[in-house]
Ligand binder design. Structure first.
Ligand code: CZF
Length: 200
C-alpha cells in the first residue's frame, strides 16, 4: 500500500501505538508532526467518539492536504458510568502525564468492590481525504482494572488493563500478541480492510 498516510494526533504515545497497529495490518503511517507544526484541533464533543474522530481527521486532511487517520479513544468503567468514556482525556486532565493518569483511575476505583473493576477500552478511527471522503472503524477490548501497574512492553492504560484470559495486563504482552487484541489494533484491522475493499 502507499506510504502517504498521516496520523492526525497531538498525543505522541497514541501516534506511536496507532502506527504500530496500522503497520501490523500492512499500512505505513507516520505522525503528521514529523513534517508539520502542531495543529490546534477543534474542541471535542462530549457525546460521540465517531464525531470527534471524524472532525479531527477531516480538519487535519484539509489543513495538510493529505489523507489523515485520527483516533478518538477512551476507557469505560461500568462501576462509574458518569466518568471517563468519550470524555476520558478531559476527566483525567489533558496535561496529566501517563503515570498520573493511571493513578487517577486507581483513585476513582478506590471504593469500588474488586468484582466490579470491569473496564472497556474503545477506539474509533477515522480516515479522511482532503476531498472530504471519510471512513470510520471502531473496536473495543474488555478486561479489568488491575490492583497495580505492571508490564513494560507498552505504556499508558495498558499497564493497568488486566485480561483474565491471559492472566496478564496488556503491557505484559509482546506486540505480536498485544496488537491484534487491543481496541486500537482491532479498529486498525477494520479500517485497513475497508480501505482494501475500496481499492478493489
Ligand atoms: O494509555 C492509553 N491507552 C489508550 O488506549 C487510551 N485511550 C484513551 N486514553 C486516554 O484518553 C485520552 C484520549 O483522548 P483523545 O482520544 O481525545 O486523544 P488526545 O486528546 O490525547 O489526543 P488527540 O489525538 O486528540 O490529539 C488520552 O489522552 C489518554 O489519556 C488512553 N490511554
Amino acid at each position: 500500500m502507499t506510504n502517504n498516510w498521516l496520523i492526525g494526533s497531538n498525543n505522541r504515545g497514541k501516534s506511536r501505538d496507532l502506527a504500530l497497529c496500522l503497520a501490523y495490518y500492512g499500512l505505513n503511517a507516520e505522525s503528521y508532526l514529523s513534517d508539520a507544526d502542531p495543529l490546534e484541533f477543534p474542541t471535542e464533543t462530549t457525546s460521540s467518539y465517531v464525531a470527534n474522530a471524524v472532525t479531527k481527521a477531516q480538519f487535519a486532511a484539509q489543513k495538510l492536504q493529505r489523507p489523515v487517520i485520527a483516533d478518538d479513544s477512551g476507557i469505560e468503567l461500568p462501576a462509574l458510568p458518569d466518568k471517563f468514556g468519550v470524555t476520558t482525556a478531559r476527566d483525567l486532565g489533558v496535561q496529566t502525564s501517563g503515570g498520573d493518569r493511571n493513578a487517577a483511575i486507581f483513585t476513582a476505583l478506590a471504593k469500588v468492590p474488586n468484582e466490579q473493576r470491569q473496564a472497556v477500552m474503545r477506539a474509533t478511527l477515522a480516515l479522511a481525504w482532503p476531498d472530504g471522503r471519510t471512513i470510520t472503524a471502531q473496536a473495543t477490548i474488555a478486561g479489568y482494572i488491575a490492583q497495580f501497574q505492571i508490564g513494560h512492553y507498552s505504556g499508558g492504560f495498558d499497564r493497568l488493563f488486566w485480561l483474565p484470559r491471559y492472566g496478564r495486563t496488556l503491557a505484559e504482552l509482546p506486540d505480536q500478541w498485544r496488537l491484534p487484541l487491543t481496541h486500537r489494533g482491532q479498529a486498525a484491522c477494520k479500517l485497513v480492510t475497508q480501505l482494501r475493499m475500496m481499492k478493489g
